[in-house]
Design a protein around this ligand. Sequence first.
Ligand code: CO
Length: 135
Amino acid sequence: MEIGRLNHVAIVVPDLVKAARIYRQILLAKVSDVQTLPEHGVQVVFVDLGNTKIELLQPYGTNSPVAKFLESHPQGGMHHVCYEVQNIFLARDHLVQNGARILGNGDPKIGAHGKPVLFLHPKDFCGTLIELEQI
Ligand code: CO
């Protein structure tokens, strides 16, 4: 189950409109419109870099999974990296066999791009939250 390409880097921000403007006007990047994903508790814009994407996220609703992160990083900060895998179930089994912890109940969920994803415990991966996405 080797990991594949870097699908995206996710950055949590306190003000999504402002963050989108910074990427669009100062970095001259291609930035999508704001999308609201109530089931994920976030609003997001995608920055298309050609070889990968940056996702800028801000909390949405009352139970956002990124609200706590923003509390401890009030200016925003890098939240996770997402690597592609061919088969998320084979990837999960391999990781669990090797002692890695999967967040949540261990079953893939449908992520922000409509594909199955898993999140891996940062303590098992060099202090970085990793998302795996089946492509
Ligand atoms: Co992600």
